[in-house]
Design a protein around this ligand. Structure first.
Ligand code: PLP
Length: 364
Protein backbone atom coordinates (compact mmCIF):
# COMPACT_ATOMS: atom_id res chain seq x y z
CA UNK A 1 0.00 0.00 0.00
CA UNK A 2 1.35 3.46 -0.84
CA UNK A 3 1.94 5.98 1.94
CA UNK A 4 -1.55 7.26 2.76
CA UNK A 5 -1.09 10.91 1.76
CA UNK A 6 -3.09 11.88 -1.30
CA UNK A 7 -4.42 15.01 -3.06
CA UNK A 8 -7.91 15.28 -4.54
CA UNK A 9 -8.98 17.75 -7.23
CA UNK A 10 -12.71 18.44 -7.08
CA UNK A 11 -14.34 18.97 -10.46
CA UNK A 12 -17.67 20.04 -8.95
CA UNK A 13 -15.94 22.79 -6.94
CA UNK A 14 -14.04 24.07 -10.00
CA UNK A 15 -17.34 24.30 -11.89
CA UNK A 16 -18.97 26.11 -9.01
CA UNK A 17 -16.13 28.63 -8.63
CA UNK A 18 -16.03 29.36 -12.35
CA UNK A 19 -19.74 30.03 -12.33
CA UNK A 20 -19.22 32.30 -9.33
CA UNK A 21 -16.60 34.29 -11.29
CA UNK A 22 -18.98 34.59 -14.24
CA UNK A 23 -21.60 36.16 -12.01
CA UNK A 24 -19.02 38.64 -10.69
CA UNK A 25 -17.90 39.54 -14.20
CA UNK A 26 -21.34 40.36 -15.59
CA UNK A 27 -20.74 40.80 -19.33
CA UNK A 28 -17.06 39.97 -19.55
CA UNK A 29 -15.59 36.81 -20.98
CA UNK A 30 -13.53 34.77 -18.54
CA UNK A 31 -9.99 33.53 -18.99
CA UNK A 32 -9.41 30.67 -16.59
CA UNK A 33 -5.81 31.22 -15.47
CA UNK A 34 -4.09 27.81 -15.42
CA UNK A 35 -0.45 28.86 -15.12
CA UNK A 36 1.90 26.88 -12.88
CA UNK A 37 0.19 23.66 -13.88
CA UNK A 38 -3.20 25.05 -12.85
CA UNK A 39 -1.89 26.35 -9.53
CA UNK A 40 -0.46 22.94 -8.77
CA UNK A 41 -3.68 21.03 -9.48
CA UNK A 42 -2.58 19.65 -12.87
CA UNK A 43 -3.89 21.10 -16.13
CA UNK A 44 -5.37 17.78 -17.22
CA UNK A 45 -7.16 17.41 -13.87
CA UNK A 46 -8.83 20.85 -13.93
CA UNK A 47 -9.77 20.89 -17.60
CA UNK A 48 -13.14 19.25 -17.19
CA UNK A 49 -14.15 21.54 -14.33
CA UNK A 50 -13.05 24.68 -16.17
CA UNK A 51 -13.96 23.88 -19.74
CA UNK A 52 -16.95 26.25 -19.59
CA UNK A 53 -14.42 29.14 -19.52
CA UNK A 54 -14.08 31.34 -22.61
CA UNK A 55 -10.34 30.79 -22.76
CA UNK A 56 -7.29 29.60 -20.87
CA UNK A 57 -4.46 31.91 -19.83
CA UNK A 58 -1.03 30.61 -18.88
CA UNK A 59 2.70 31.23 -19.22
CA UNK A 60 4.48 28.09 -20.39
CA UNK A 61 4.35 27.06 -24.02
CA UNK A 62 4.49 23.49 -22.86
CA UNK A 63 1.26 24.05 -20.92
CA UNK A 64 -0.35 25.65 -23.96
CA UNK A 65 0.47 22.51 -25.91
CA UNK A 66 -1.12 20.39 -23.20
CA UNK A 67 -4.34 22.44 -23.36
CA UNK A 68 -4.48 21.95 -27.13
CA UNK A 69 -3.76 18.24 -26.70
CA UNK A 70 -6.86 18.02 -24.50
CA UNK A 71 -8.88 19.12 -27.51
CA UNK A 72 -9.40 22.76 -26.51
CA UNK A 73 -9.88 24.82 -29.68
CA UNK A 74 -10.87 28.11 -28.08
CA UNK A 75 -8.61 31.01 -27.12
CA UNK A 76 -5.33 30.42 -25.28
CA UNK A 77 -3.38 33.45 -24.06
CA UNK A 78 0.30 33.55 -23.10
CA UNK A 79 0.38 36.02 -20.21
CA UNK A 80 4.11 36.75 -20.52
CA UNK A 81 4.18 36.44 -24.30
CA UNK A 82 7.09 34.75 -26.02
CA UNK A 83 10.58 34.31 -24.61
CA UNK A 84 12.45 33.76 -27.87
CA UNK A 85 11.78 34.11 -31.59
CA UNK A 86 11.04 30.47 -32.27
CA UNK A 87 8.21 30.51 -29.72
CA UNK A 88 6.30 32.50 -32.33
CA UNK A 89 6.27 29.47 -34.60
CA UNK A 90 4.40 27.55 -31.92
CA UNK A 91 2.00 30.49 -31.55
CA UNK A 92 1.27 30.29 -35.27
CA UNK A 93 0.94 26.53 -35.27
CA UNK A 94 -1.27 26.27 -32.17
CA UNK A 95 -3.11 29.55 -32.69
CA UNK A 96 -1.96 31.04 -29.38
CA UNK A 97 -2.75 34.63 -28.54
CA UNK A 98 0.13 36.34 -26.82
CA UNK A 99 0.90 39.32 -24.66
CA UNK A 100 3.42 41.82 -26.01
CA UNK A 101 5.03 43.70 -23.15
CA UNK A 102 8.44 44.88 -24.43
CA UNK A 103 10.25 46.13 -27.54
CA UNK A 104 12.20 42.89 -27.92
CA UNK A 105 8.92 41.01 -28.45
CA UNK A 106 7.91 43.50 -31.16
CA UNK A 107 11.31 43.01 -32.84
CA UNK A 108 10.79 39.23 -32.85
CA UNK A 109 7.30 39.61 -34.31
CA UNK A 110 8.55 41.91 -37.06
CA UNK A 111 10.96 39.17 -38.22
CA UNK A 112 8.46 36.32 -37.87
CA UNK A 113 7.30 34.57 -41.04
CA UNK A 114 3.68 33.56 -40.74
CA UNK A 115 0.75 32.96 -43.06
CA UNK A 116 -1.81 33.93 -40.45
CA UNK A 117 -1.37 37.17 -38.50
CA UNK A 118 -1.43 36.90 -34.70
CA UNK A 119 -3.95 38.13 -32.17
CA UNK A 120 -1.99 40.00 -29.53
CA UNK A 121 -2.59 41.75 -26.20
CA UNK A 122 -0.32 44.76 -25.77
CA UNK A 123 0.42 45.31 -22.10
CA UNK A 124 0.33 48.58 -20.24
CA UNK A 125 2.54 48.96 -17.19
CA UNK A 126 -0.03 50.89 -15.18
CA UNK A 127 2.00 50.88 -11.98
CA UNK A 128 2.93 47.31 -11.10
CA UNK A 129 6.35 47.78 -12.73
CA UNK A 130 6.88 44.19 -13.72
CA UNK A 131 5.81 43.88 -17.35
CA UNK A 132 4.43 46.30 -19.92
CA UNK A 133 5.01 49.58 -21.70
CA UNK A 134 4.76 52.67 -19.53
CA UNK A 135 1.99 55.12 -20.42
CA UNK A 136 4.57 57.35 -22.15
CA UNK A 137 5.83 54.54 -24.38
CA UNK A 138 2.51 52.75 -24.90
CA UNK A 139 1.29 54.71 -27.91
CA UNK A 140 4.46 54.21 -29.95
CA UNK A 141 4.45 50.50 -29.16
CA UNK A 142 0.85 50.24 -30.36
CA UNK A 143 1.65 52.21 -33.53
CA UNK A 144 4.57 49.94 -34.34
CA UNK A 145 2.48 46.81 -33.77
CA UNK A 146 -0.39 48.21 -35.80
CA UNK A 147 1.92 48.53 -38.81
CA UNK A 148 3.16 44.95 -38.73
CA UNK A 149 1.69 42.51 -41.25
CA UNK A 150 2.31 39.76 -38.67
CA UNK A 151 -0.26 41.33 -36.35
CA UNK A 152 -4.00 40.95 -36.66
CA UNK A 153 -6.28 42.26 -33.91
CA UNK A 154 -4.67 44.23 -31.08
CA UNK A 155 -6.19 44.07 -27.59
CA UNK A 156 -5.11 45.71 -24.36
CA UNK A 157 -4.13 44.24 -21.04
CA UNK A 158 -2.95 45.49 -17.66
CA UNK A 159 -2.48 43.93 -14.23
CA UNK A 160 -3.42 45.35 -10.82
CA UNK A 161 -0.96 45.40 -7.92
CA UNK A 162 -3.42 46.21 -5.12
CA UNK A 163 -6.79 44.78 -6.05
CA UNK A 164 -6.79 42.87 -2.74
CA UNK A 165 -5.88 45.79 -0.50
CA UNK A 166 -6.66 49.31 0.66
CA UNK A 167 -4.96 51.10 -2.21
CA UNK A 168 -7.34 49.50 -4.68
CA UNK A 169 -7.28 49.82 -8.45
CA UNK A 170 -8.53 53.36 -9.17
CA UNK A 171 -5.18 54.87 -10.17
CA UNK A 172 -4.16 51.97 -12.36
CA UNK A 173 -7.59 51.81 -13.96
CA UNK A 174 -7.41 55.53 -14.75
CA UNK A 175 -3.99 55.09 -16.33
CA UNK A 176 -5.34 52.22 -18.44
CA UNK A 177 -8.31 54.33 -19.53
CA UNK A 178 -6.10 57.26 -20.51
CA UNK A 179 -3.70 55.08 -22.46
CA UNK A 180 -6.33 53.14 -24.42
CA UNK A 181 -9.43 55.32 -24.63
CA UNK A 182 -9.16 56.35 -28.29
CA UNK A 183 -7.75 53.04 -29.53
CA UNK A 184 -9.90 50.28 -30.97
CA UNK A 185 -9.66 46.87 -29.35
CA UNK A 186 -10.77 44.64 -26.50
CA UNK A 187 -9.61 45.22 -22.94
CA UNK A 188 -8.54 42.77 -20.27
CA UNK A 189 -8.22 43.65 -16.58
CA UNK A 190 -8.91 42.00 -13.22
CA UNK A 191 -7.36 39.08 -11.43
CA UNK A 192 -9.56 37.33 -8.84
CA UNK A 193 -9.33 40.14 -6.29
CA UNK A 194 -10.15 42.76 -8.90
CA UNK A 195 -13.12 40.74 -10.00
CA UNK A 196 -14.55 40.01 -6.56
CA UNK A 197 -13.89 43.38 -4.98
CA UNK A 198 -14.08 45.90 -7.83
CA UNK A 199 -15.75 44.50 -10.92
CA UNK A 200 -19.14 45.99 -10.11
CA UNK A 201 -17.66 49.49 -10.54
CA UNK A 202 -18.62 50.77 -14.01
CA UNK A 203 -15.07 52.02 -14.60
CA UNK A 204 -13.86 48.43 -14.58
CA UNK A 205 -15.93 47.28 -17.53
CA UNK A 206 -13.66 44.78 -19.27
CA UNK A 207 -14.10 42.50 -22.26
CA UNK A 208 -11.96 39.82 -20.64
CA UNK A 209 -11.24 39.11 -16.97
CA UNK A 210 -8.55 36.79 -15.64
CA UNK A 211 -9.39 34.99 -12.40
CA UNK A 212 -6.91 32.45 -11.08
CA UNK A 213 -6.81 31.82 -7.35
CA UNK A 214 -10.57 32.17 -6.76
CA UNK A 215 -11.22 29.37 -9.26
CA UNK A 216 -9.17 27.17 -6.96
CA UNK A 217 -11.17 28.02 -3.85
CA UNK A 218 -8.88 30.45 -2.07
CA UNK A 219 -9.95 33.97 -1.06
CA UNK A 220 -7.59 36.49 -2.67
CA UNK A 221 -8.06 38.93 0.21
CA UNK A 222 -8.00 36.56 3.18
CA UNK A 223 -8.38 37.24 6.11
CA UNK A 224 -10.50 40.26 5.27
CA UNK A 225 -12.79 37.88 3.41
CA UNK A 226 -12.98 34.09 3.56
CA UNK A 227 -14.04 31.58 0.91
CA UNK A 228 -17.31 31.41 2.79
CA UNK A 229 -17.84 35.17 2.34
CA UNK A 230 -17.12 34.88 -1.39
CA UNK A 231 -19.07 31.64 -1.82
CA UNK A 232 -16.07 29.69 -3.12
CA UNK A 233 -15.36 25.99 -2.60
CA UNK A 234 -11.99 24.29 -2.08
CA UNK A 235 -10.82 22.50 -5.21
CA UNK A 236 -7.76 20.81 -3.74
CA UNK A 237 -7.92 18.57 -0.69
CA UNK A 238 -4.75 17.20 0.86
CA UNK A 239 -5.58 14.16 2.94
CA UNK A 240 -3.62 11.55 4.82
CA UNK A 241 -4.10 9.18 7.77
CA UNK A 242 -2.94 8.64 11.31
CA UNK A 243 -0.11 6.13 11.35
CA UNK A 244 0.50 6.13 15.13
CA UNK A 245 -1.01 7.28 18.44
CA UNK A 246 0.88 8.51 21.51
CA UNK A 247 -0.48 9.02 25.02
CA UNK A 248 1.39 11.89 26.64
CA UNK A 249 1.81 12.68 30.33
CA UNK A 250 2.16 16.20 31.67
CA UNK A 251 5.68 17.42 30.83
CA UNK A 252 6.18 15.15 27.80
CA UNK A 253 7.37 16.87 24.64
CA UNK A 254 6.70 16.27 20.94
CA UNK A 255 9.02 16.19 17.97
CA UNK A 256 12.30 17.89 17.05
CA UNK A 257 13.49 20.57 19.42
CA UNK A 258 10.81 19.54 21.94
CA UNK A 259 8.99 22.71 20.93
CA UNK A 260 5.66 21.46 22.31
CA UNK A 261 5.24 20.32 25.89
CA UNK A 262 2.02 18.81 27.24
CA UNK A 263 0.76 20.53 30.38
CA UNK A 264 -1.60 17.65 31.16
CA UNK A 265 -2.17 14.10 29.94
CA UNK A 266 -3.33 14.09 26.31
CA UNK A 267 -3.59 11.89 23.22
CA UNK A 268 -1.87 12.83 20.01
CA UNK A 269 -1.87 11.29 16.54
CA UNK A 270 1.01 11.10 14.08
CA UNK A 271 0.06 11.98 10.49
CA UNK A 272 1.83 10.74 7.37
CA UNK A 273 2.47 14.24 6.01
CA UNK A 274 5.50 16.47 6.29
CA UNK A 275 7.34 19.25 4.55
CA UNK A 276 8.59 16.83 1.91
CA UNK A 277 4.95 16.52 0.84
CA UNK A 278 4.61 20.28 0.55
CA UNK A 279 3.09 20.92 3.97
CA UNK A 280 4.83 24.10 5.17
CA UNK A 281 7.48 23.61 7.81
CA UNK A 282 6.67 27.08 9.14
CA UNK A 283 3.28 25.95 10.48
CA UNK A 284 3.51 26.35 14.28
CA UNK A 285 1.73 24.47 17.06
CA UNK A 286 -1.93 25.39 16.74
CA UNK A 287 -2.23 25.23 12.95
CA UNK A 288 -5.77 23.98 12.19
CA UNK A 289 -6.28 20.47 10.80
CA UNK A 290 -9.27 18.11 10.44
CA UNK A 291 -9.14 14.64 12.00
CA UNK A 292 -12.10 12.50 10.94
CA UNK A 293 -13.62 15.79 9.77
CA UNK A 294 -13.29 17.32 13.26
CA UNK A 295 -11.27 20.49 13.64
CA UNK A 296 -8.21 20.27 15.86
CA UNK A 297 -4.61 21.57 15.84
CA UNK A 298 -1.07 20.51 15.11
CA UNK A 299 1.43 20.19 17.95
CA UNK A 300 5.21 20.52 17.70
CA UNK A 301 7.41 21.02 14.66
CA UNK A 302 6.61 19.78 11.18
CA UNK A 303 9.13 17.08 10.22
CA UNK A 304 10.04 15.91 6.75
CA UNK A 305 7.49 13.08 6.72
CA UNK A 306 5.28 13.55 9.79
CA UNK A 307 3.32 15.98 11.88
CA UNK A 308 1.58 15.48 15.23
CA UNK A 309 -2.01 16.48 15.96
CA UNK A 310 -3.96 16.95 19.16
CA UNK A 311 -6.69 14.27 19.46
CA UNK A 312 -8.49 15.89 22.42
CA UNK A 313 -11.55 16.93 20.34
CA UNK A 314 -11.71 13.59 18.53
CA UNK A 315 -11.31 10.75 21.08
CA UNK A 316 -12.69 8.22 18.57
CA UNK A 317 -9.66 8.70 16.29
CA UNK A 318 -7.16 5.86 16.00
CA UNK A 319 -4.72 4.21 13.63
CA UNK A 320 -5.87 4.81 10.03
CA UNK A 321 -8.25 7.70 10.79
CA UNK A 322 -8.51 10.23 7.95
CA UNK A 323 -6.70 13.55 8.37
CA UNK A 324 -7.43 16.53 6.11
CA UNK A 325 -4.53 18.97 5.99
CA UNK A 326 -6.63 21.40 3.96
CA UNK A 327 -9.69 21.27 1.72
CA UNK A 328 -12.71 19.04 2.15
CA UNK A 329 -12.85 16.02 4.46
CA UNK A 330 -14.78 12.89 3.46
CA UNK A 331 -17.62 13.93 5.80
CA UNK A 332 -17.90 17.29 3.98
CA UNK A 333 -16.21 19.45 6.64
CA UNK A 334 -14.07 22.19 5.13
CA UNK A 335 -10.73 23.65 6.21
CA UNK A 336 -9.70 26.47 3.91
CA UNK A 337 -6.16 26.40 2.57
CA UNK A 338 -6.09 30.10 3.47
CA UNK A 339 -6.08 29.32 7.19
CA UNK A 340 -3.15 26.93 6.90
CA UNK A 341 -1.29 29.40 4.68
CA UNK A 342 -1.82 32.17 7.18
CA UNK A 343 -0.42 30.01 9.98
CA UNK A 344 2.68 29.49 7.82
CA UNK A 345 2.98 33.21 7.04
CA UNK A 346 2.16 32.75 3.38
CA UNK A 347 -0.78 32.61 0.97
CA UNK A 348 -2.90 29.81 -0.46
CA UNK A 349 -1.23 30.25 -3.86
CA UNK A 350 2.12 29.06 -2.54
CA UNK A 351 0.73 25.99 -0.78
CA UNK A 352 -1.21 24.83 -3.85
CA UNK A 353 1.84 25.15 -6.05
CA UNK A 354 4.10 23.37 -3.57
CA UNK A 355 2.40 19.97 -3.15
CA UNK A 356 5.35 17.73 -3.94
CA UNK A 357 5.87 15.15 -6.63
CA UNK A 358 5.68 12.21 -4.21
CA UNK A 359 2.00 12.98 -3.47
CA UNK A 360 -0.44 11.11 -5.70
CA UNK A 361 -3.36 13.03 -7.21
CA UNK A 362 -6.89 11.95 -8.06
CA UNK A 363 -9.54 13.93 -9.90
CA UNK A 364 -12.98 13.47 -8.39
C1 PLP B 1 -1.63 35.09 -12.27
C2 PLP B 1 -2.29 36.17 -13.06
C3 PLP B 1 -3.65 36.39 -12.94
C4 PLP B 1 -4.53 35.65 -11.96
O1 PLP B 1 -4.32 36.17 -10.67
P1 PLP B 1 -5.11 35.60 -9.39
O2 PLP B 1 -4.67 36.50 -8.29
O3 PLP B 1 -4.64 34.21 -9.20
O4 PLP B 1 -6.54 35.69 -9.70
C5 PLP B 1 -4.23 37.35 -13.76
N1 PLP B 1 -3.48 38.05 -14.64
C6 PLP B 1 -2.15 37.88 -14.75
C7 PLP B 1 -1.38 38.70 -15.73
C8 PLP B 1 -1.51 36.94 -13.96
O5 PLP B 1 -0.19 36.77 -14.09
Amino acid sequence: MPRPIHAFVHTDALRHNLQRMRLAAADARVWAVVKANAYGHGIERVFEGLRAADGFALLDLDEAQRIRALGWRGPVLLLEGVFEARDLELCSRLDLWHTVHCDEQIDMLSRHKTQVPHRIFVKLNSGMNRLGFTPVRFRSAWTRLNQLPQVDEISFITHFSDADGDKGIAEQMAAFERATQDLPGERSTCNSAGLLRHASAPAVAADWVRPGIALYGSAPDFPQHTIHDWDLQPTLSLRSRLIAIQDLQAGDTVGYGSSFQADAAMRIGIVACGYADGYPRHCPTGTPVLVDGVRTRTVGRVSMDMIAVDLTPCPQAGFGTEVTLWGRASNGAVLSIDEVAQAAGTVGYELMCAVSARVGFTQD
